[in-house]
Design a binder for this molecule. Structure first.
Ligand SMILES: NC(=O)c1ccc[n+]([C@@H]2O[C@H](COP(=O)([O-])OP(=O)(O)OC[C@H]3O[C@@H](n4cnc5c(N)ncnc54)[C@H](O)[C@@H]3O)[C@@H](O)[C@H]2O)c1
Length: 308
């Protein structure tokens, strides 16, 4: 199978690329290296340093003739979207449209897109299933959702199959400490440095932390089955920031004395995704326990080339 992966030099994209190569796919990566880095891209993948918003993006498609596309490239940081909403929309919406145009011209069969739990905004019930109202509270959440709507329109118009994976808080090796859900990356780095981790608020806020290799497995499953809908990709389990620190304390074999600060304005208190639909449609479920995933992340921290 010939696969084109946008954002393949980034955190999730590099793991997806590895999983695809292991499965025997031919992989072409398109990434402008704005937050990703070249060392993240496996030597077995073909690499194009290119922007998804570029007018000549289609040339890569003409040359590579991908059968399927995994679209992960994005402006992926919610606070950046608040500071620069037009830039966020140009990458996440216009970039996606540009990619869909190149895809239809090249006869791409299917696009798997990394959406986000951010489309739901502040949950009105937990766990959040796909029937939950979509009410984003950041331009990032709005742009990620807008791209889903375009995917659905391109299926109606041109028959391109699609799946949007609404990812919970992804963590794992190679995560940039500044990215969305980067709390695990930040904590691991602080612990390795023997520095006290900072916690916003009381640490009782919960998130659905999912290990990156589980996300890569979901992407591979979505390339083969299902389609025409958005699916939650999470563990279905909430973990508080305090619990996260306790687990990391055991793994790193050191006593953690966090520094508590004021809560971040606009932060959601609790967020957990219900992955039942993805389980049914993709025959997928998360396999890594939090302890296992955090162990792998903590011990891989030294290899992280773009850790900030
Ligand atoms: N990390 C999470 O917890 C999380 C949660 C929900 C959704 N997501 C989504 O998953 C995807 C990957 O996120 P990530 O955490 O790996 O972030 P990342 O920043 O590590 O990866 C994004 C990649 O896209 C590239 N990129 C950005 N703009 C580009 C452009 N205009 N043209 C080409 N390449 C461009 C970057 O260089 C980077 O390599 C994003 O779409 C993000 O919205 C991530």
């Amino acid at each position: 199978m010939r696969v084109l992966v946008t954002g393949g030099a980034g955190f999730i994209g590099s793991h997806v690329t590895e999983a695809l190569l292991e499965a025997g796919a031919r992989v072409a990566v398109v990434d402008n290296l704005s937050t990703g880095c070249r060392q993240n891209v496996s030597a077995e993948a073909v690499f194009y340093e290119a922007d998804i918003t570029a007018p000549d993006l289609g040339d890569i498609f003409t040359f590579e003739k991908p059968e399927v596309v995994v679209h992960l490239a994005a402006q992926a940081v919610a606070p950046v979207s608040l500071a620069r909403p037009c830039f966020d929309a140009s990458v996440n919406i216009t970039g996606t449209i540009n990619l869909l145009e190149a895809s239809r011209r090249a006869g791409v069969r299917r696009v798997v897109y990394s959406s986000s739990a951010a489309v739901y905004g502040a949950p009105v019930y937990l766990p959040v299933d796909e029937a939950h109202p979509v009410q984003p509270i950041s331009p990032y959440g709005a742009s990620k959702y807008a791209a889903e709507v375009y995917l659905a329109a391109y299926r109606r118009l041109y028959g391109i199959e699609w799946a949007a994976l609404r990812l919970a808080n992804v963590y794992g090796p190679r995560q940039d400490a500044a990215g969305e859900g980067g709390v695990v990356a930040v904590f691991c780095r602080r612990l390795r440095e023997g520095a006290p981790p900072g916690v916003f608020g009381d640490g009782e806020q919960t998130r659905d932390f999912i290990y990156v290799k589980d996300v890569a497995a979901a992407v591979l499953a979505a390339l083969k089955s299902g389609g025409g809908e958005a699916l939650n990709i999470g563990t279905g389990k909430g973990t508080s920031v305090k619990e996260l620190l306790q687990v990391l304390e055991r793994i790193s074999e050191q006593k953690v004395l966090p520094r508590y600060g004021p809560p971040r304005p606009g932060d959601i208190r609790h967020s957990v995704l219900d992955p039942a639909r993805a389980r049914a449609v993709l025959t997928w479920q998360s396999r890594y326990s939090l302890v296992e995933g955090l162990k792998q992340t903590y011990y891989a921290a030294e290899e992280t080339p773009n850790a900030k």
